[in-house]
Design a protein around this ligand. Sequence first.
Ligand SMILES: Nc1ncnc2c1ncn2[C@@H]1O[C@H](COP(=O)(O)OP(=O)(O)OP(=O)(O)O)[C@@H](O)[C@H]1O
Ligand SMILES: [Mg+2]
Length: 266
Amino acid sequence: MNDTASDSAHSSSSAAARPDAAQAAPVVEMRQVNKWYGNYQALHAIDLQVARGERIVLCGPSGSGKSTLIRCVNQLERIDQGHLAVLGADLGQASPAATQALRKVGMVFQHFNLFPHMSVLDNCTLALRSVKKLGKQAAAECALHYLDQVGIANQAAKYPTQLSGGQQQRVAIARAICLEPEIMLFDEPTAALDPEMVKEVLEVMVRLAQTGMTMLCVTHEMGFARRVAERILFLDEGHLLEDTAPGEFFDSPRTERAQTFLRQIL
Ligand SMILES: Nc1ncnc2c1ncn2[C@@H]1O[C@H](COP(=O)(O)OP(=O)(O)OP(=O)(O)O)[C@@H](O)[C@H]1O
Ligand SMILES: [Mg+2]
């Protein structure tokens, strides 16, 4: 990753630079959120506010609840107790406002989740046509614009299996951002990639950060976290143990659990 690009990502578009009330309202708000899978409590009393444009990295041991937390934000998982609002819409009950808000949340998964029987272009135009109701030509133009942004427009006619893992993940990012989300969720987007492909995906994510996109990323790429994130959330056994700036988290983690975690991964 290029330090210059990362530094400018870090200095761009902090929420504090936008004083008006609508911009200052949190785009994600969790209050005392609890979530169970059967008898197992996966999230314990999570309090979290995310400001527009913030770039947040979630880390913690396997099973600590990182995926569960971000999947609640786009309702791939439902919370059981507490309050969750996204873009001002209460997700506690179905409503047109909640549906609208959820359309503004994009997600990228570890295993890309592209449709294997569809070309790269069709993977990207599918939701543009069905959700955004664009015509074939307009959808293709939009998709190609975003595929170009991730450096892969020349692969539009191929099928996912004809691409490398890094290329597939860039397609997945293009597919998400062509719907013009206001919040992007990433769940270990580079964890399934060979090392030489990690960089190309991280570079796309750095560029996305530079646009001012609100980002919640689960990742163990601590170089990316240190350079791009404004906040690090550390989870352990469903508890949000730390919520601090990267410098503080990496240089002087408060909890013994985070100290142990960092010793293991760094
Ligand atoms: N669908 C499910 N049904 C039952 N238990 C689940 C389900 N999804 C997650 N869990 C459990 O909830 C806990 C939190 O899981 P989660 O996937 O959020 O962890 P994680 O921090 O993302 O872990 P990893 O780093 O391995 O991806 C784990 O104990 C997991 O086994
Ligand atoms: Mg996970």
